[in-house]
Design a protein around this ligand. Structure first.
Ligand SMILES: Cc1cc2nc3c(=O)[nH]c(=O)nc-3n(C[C@H](O)[C@H](O)[C@H](O)COP(=O)(O)OP(=O)(O)OC[C@H]3O[C@@H](n4cnc5c(N)ncnc54)[C@H](O)[C@@H]3O)c2cc1C
Length: 397
């Protein structure tokens, strides 16, 4: 089958470059400066920045305008992410923007869209994902957190785990069991739970970096209005699949732009320390240069899928695999390159750039687990892109 030739409208290209300069000028004028060290102050600083973006109409590049977004074309979404990465401004808070927001836009009622989307985009409310449970990660349909109907409320009891940013959460978007314990994906409901409601308890978990990125979340007879259910009762599974696709593609372009910058910073560091004379180092850097470009093209494909089909297809798993592997390999290489100095912790005499490469090395150990493990992404690529036989352990699509 022939493909239509791509027509490049030069007027559009000029207008896009104009958009880039306006955005760059805006970011220079309103830049929030460096992040405060104190966690509480950092949260306020970050919220302040998200509000500035929203109030100036510069938030939500892919969101429809009617919900406060910018509704940008493909080319401008790419420019937007490149410029924000270049300016080193803080990113979104929580995990709602890239995961539940597209789900609400697709499946929520008009009232829910009005009530939830703008405050989420402005950073007034922080949303976090409560899917995984101690016995339900890759096999999410085995989840057990139960919601019992009581008039116009559900009463929710159970436990979630690995809930990123739960300590800052105002709302959890969760999957709960409303069917029988054996009902698997046929008895799952998509519920938004107020993080400040009585019966919600967040217990931080310490991770490899010494930080508390994620937490356990306990629900003990938490009352949730039926009005906070997205979609129908027992029909949350297709919504969860939409969410998961968006989770894998969320920020793909932003990460592509960020890693473009990070790789250039590593090259500069290698040059400063006289390490570029080694041909093996140059060879590895060339390898990463190729990879960072592939990440960019793959993210473009994911955005193109979203624009043409309304949701990311299996290509989001390709993006996720590329990025997670890249960031692990890049940080491993950086720590090796720096020799013993690369292993010194922040604050130690002789540590390099506040130990950012060591921090990245530790942080990215989890990259091939979060948002679906590497094996699960490989299964998706095998089945949905290469057409190989299905994994009998996974639920039907
Ligand atoms: C940094 C980070 C942040 C996270 N944030 C969140 C969050 O905000 N909200 C949330 O709900 N969850 C979150 N998670 C949880 C994450 O989604 C799960 O850890 C992940 O889905 C894997 O589930 P599991 O840990 O139960 O491992 P398991 O599913 O028990 O997997 C164990 C091992 O078995 C392999 N495996 C399992 N099934 C198969 C199969 N069918 N084929 C081949 N191999 C298989 C896996 O690849 C893995 O190696 C986060 C995890 C991390 C690391």
């Amino acid at each position: 089958m022939g493909t239509a030739p791509m027509v490049v409208d030069l007027a559009d290209v000029a207008a896009d470059e104009d958009f880039r300069s306006q955005l760059r000028a805006f970011l220079a004028e309103h830049h929030p400066g460096r992040a405060p060290k104190d966690a509480g102050e950092r949260l306020t600083w970050q919220k302040g920045w998200l509000a500035t973006l929203f109030d100036h109409g510069v938030a939500g590049p892919s969101w429809p305008r009617r919900y406060g977004g910018m509704g940008l074309s493909f080319a401008r979404q790419v420019i937007y992410q490149e410029e924000l990465a270049r300016a080193r401004v803080p990113g979104p808070l929580g995990t709602g923007l890239g995961i539940v927001a597209p789900t609400i836009i697709m499946f929520g009622t008009d009232e829910q869209k009005e009530r939830w989307l703008r405050p989420m985009l402005r950073g007034d409310t922080v949303w976090c994902q409560g899917y995984s449970e101690p016995g339900a990660g890759s096999d999410l349909p085995s989840l057990r957190t139960a919601a019992r109907r009581d008039g116009d409320h559900y009463v929710v009891t159970g436990q979630k785990v690995w809930t990123s940013h739960a300590g800052d959460a105002d709302a959890f978007f969760t999957l709960v069991r409303t069917g029988t314990p054996e009902s698997r994906q046929k008895g799952i409901t998509y519920l938004v739970i107020d993080a400040h409601a009585p019966g919600v308890e967040v217990r931080p978990l310490r991770d490899l970096t010494g930080g508390h990125l994620f937490a356990e979340v306990f629900f003990d007879e938490v009352r949730v209005p039926v009005a906070d259910r997205i979609g129908e009762e027992n029909q949350g599974w297709p919504l969860a699949r939409t969410s998961l696709g968006h989770e894998r593609s969320a920020g793909a372009m932003n990460q592509a732009a960020r890693y473009r910058r990070v790789l250039s910073e590593l090259e500069s560091l290698a040059r400063e320390r006289g390490l570029l004379a080694d041909p093996l180092t140059r060879d590895r850097l060339a390898y990463f240069e190729v990879r960072v470009r592939l990440i960019h093209y793959s993210a473009e494909r994911t955005i193109a899928d979203i624009l043409s089909k309304g949701e990311p297809g299996a290509s989001s798993s390709v993006s996720r695999l590329l990025i997670s592997t890249f960031e692990q390999e890049l940080h491993e290489f950086a720590v090796d390159l720096l020799g013993p100095a690369g292993l010194l912790a922040k604050g130690e005499p002789g540590s390099v750039q506040s130990a950012r490469w060591l921090g990245g090395f530790l942080r990215t150990r989890a990259s091939t687990i979060g948002a679906g493990t590497r094996e699960i992404q490989l299964n998706t690529v095998a089945e949905q892109i290469l057409g190989l036989p299905r994994d009998p352990a996974m639920p039907p699509r």
